[in-house]
Design a protein around this ligand. Structure first.
Ligand SMILES: [Zn+2]
Length: 64
């Protein structure tokens, strides 16, 4: 799963992004992506609207 979001990442964002980019394991990378999206949902509500436009909601039940 890939996603491209334009916003100002906080310290935790950068940590998660670094973990994703350092992780070569595909399954764990996907887990990291989900964790990142969840973090954005709760901590960067201003960008959630942009994300939900691009992602099918059935894959991300926490957006409901
Ligand atoms: Zn953040």
């Amino acid at each position: 799963m890939k996603f491209y979001i334009e916003f100002e990442p906080c310290k935790e964002c950068k940590t998660i992004i670094r973990e994703i980019s350092e992780n070569a394991d595909e399954i764990q990378t996907d887990e990291g992506s989900k964790r990142f999206l969840r973090h954005i949902t709760y901590n960067h509500s201003e960008v959630v609207q942009d994300i939900v436009k691009d992602f099918p909601k059935e894959d991300f039940p926490w957006f409901r």
